[in-house]
Design a protein around this ligand. Sequence first.
Ligand code: MSP
Length: 654
Amino acid sequence: MSENKKFYITTPIYYPSDKLHIGHTYCTVATDAMARYKRLQGYDVMFLTGTDEHGQKIEDKAKEAGVDPKTFVDRIVDGPQGVKDLWKLMNISNDRFIRTTDDYHVSAIQKIFKAMYDKGDIYKGKYVGKYCKPCESFWTESQLVDGKCPDCGREVQDAEEEAYFFRLSKYADRIQDLLENTDFLEPRSRVNEMVNNFIKPGLEDLCVSRTSFKWGIPVDFDPGHVVYVWIDALFNYTTALGFMNDQYDDYDKFWPADVHFIGKEIVRFHSIIWPAMLMSMDMPLPKKVFGHGWLLLDGGKMSKSKGNVVDPYLLAQRYGVDALRYFLLREFPFGTDGNFSNETLISRINTDLANDLGNLVSRTTAMVGKYFGPNLPACPDADPAQDDELMGLAKGLRDAYETQMEGYAFQNALMEVFKLIGRANKYIDENKPWLLAKDEAQKGRLVRVLYNLLECVRISAVLLTPFMPQTCQSIFEQIGAGAELQSWDSAGQWGLLPVDAPVAKGAGLFPRIDVAKELEELAALEEAAKAAAAPEEEKEPEYITIDDFNKVHFVTAKILACEAVKKSKKLLRFTLDCGEGKPRQILSGIHEYYEPEELVGKTVVACTNLAPRKMMGLESNGMLISAVKEESDGTEKLHLIMLDDKVPAGYGLC
Ligand code: MSP
């Protein structure tokens, strides 16, 4: 491994405030594919992920859960189906996992904060502005959109307190130059957004400490202040390498990072605040920040509070980890938003994985076994007329794939591989090995056709390894390709598989899914999970329209007579004046609350267009409206709604 072939890649560190969803999984899977690709190319890779555990949101959530914040985050990070479990399940190959509550990180952040303070880039002032609690972001009035947080659209709170500030304004010109004149931030569309929305209106100094809550890294030279969570979080990329601490010793080797993969809503932090702080610390800047799009559900961002999150555990358990990894990176262009749906997931698995890849592997290995098993005899020369297109595609595949991968275009890289897979399947249909097998004179041709197919499978599998590591291992075993034939170098060369490699058809890679049945089952499972997870008050109210409301006729009614219904303990029979020219009879089960005589003469509210129904042989034409409350002991309290006696009968209510 040559000294300069190093690659440092990071994911955002996740807030352990809730279980992670498929949107979080997306970024980590992409980072993992990139890390594995670089390892395949022979790079010495450092892949970092972790958790960002401080801040008011976590403090509040812990309080709600009745535990201290550390116990709370420990459960979500280390507990069952927690962050670490999920990455294990998804076969994430991170080299390091940082928790911002780790001691080495905490003390490093204190030193970094002090260094910026000593330099004069952090100073004490008074913060007056707005704060978005869920985003842990401070905003000035001018940055708000319709008075709300510009990132998440939620309400912001007034905030005023003594605080430390970072001189972000000092770095405005250098940041603008960095964004506009280098490839630091990608995709390029995000550059305009940053420059126009944040830099051109004037970069203000950033509030970097808080006194209103405790759950953060204390400013060691000013007790009562905790470091703003984003300062704490961003420097994780360097403390996890050993910057300002003795826990690790990889800073000189791996910093600056080759790329930070992040979601689009945190581009501002990574492309403005982060480089400015590094400039302040006289540290090299990361080579690239890539802001990927969001996975949307029904057109909106997934969020726990909206109850519209998709559970990666559920999907991985049903379809397999590799199918899910493949889908995430094949379906959506990395730089833009994409709509997640169960239909697209299933259809992608069926078409690409079961039909195209799965069939190619199973047909090829089955035919080798059937006609020659366990391996092919000596292989005759290729027939240029029939084989050149297929072989040309296979020989050029690695370069085409590399071009796409270097641009983080996972979708395109996969499409390149599947062009070869599709062409190979067509090659089977064109060459009809089952007919060749019937003719002894065609035996040589049959061997060549099957060998070509095995080579296509091998080269495809090498390049698919970063995306579907387990599946590709199984493919290599089936076609008898040893470690040296799974390498990056070998993917660039045709004809490396020994003709006598032992081929053994294995179990099907991806079973076909019955779409209709599966969708039904999934919907039921998701519904059940949602119902179990969403606290009552977070459920969307079921709204009715004004037209619906107007359908109900409420009128004021004077009680002309009231008597108990014979043989009924509950029912009272009312004779009412509803202003209709003739009395109306309504039965109401409120005898346990009122005696008939106390109600006569009172003015109440009746619904008059409820369908008539019979009770104890008597017809009830409507309903009297009461205020009802269920007490915690299960008993009910009831008060008939009574109006001032001056209100005449027969008035409609609106
Ligand atoms: N803790 C910060 C990151 C600090 S990095 C120094 C944070 N954490 S997060 O848990 O809220 O989000 C982590 C990542 O998940 C972000 O990059 C975010 O964009 C990404 N995603 C969360 N929901 C997402 C989708 N629905 N789709 C794609 N990515 C999304 O931000």
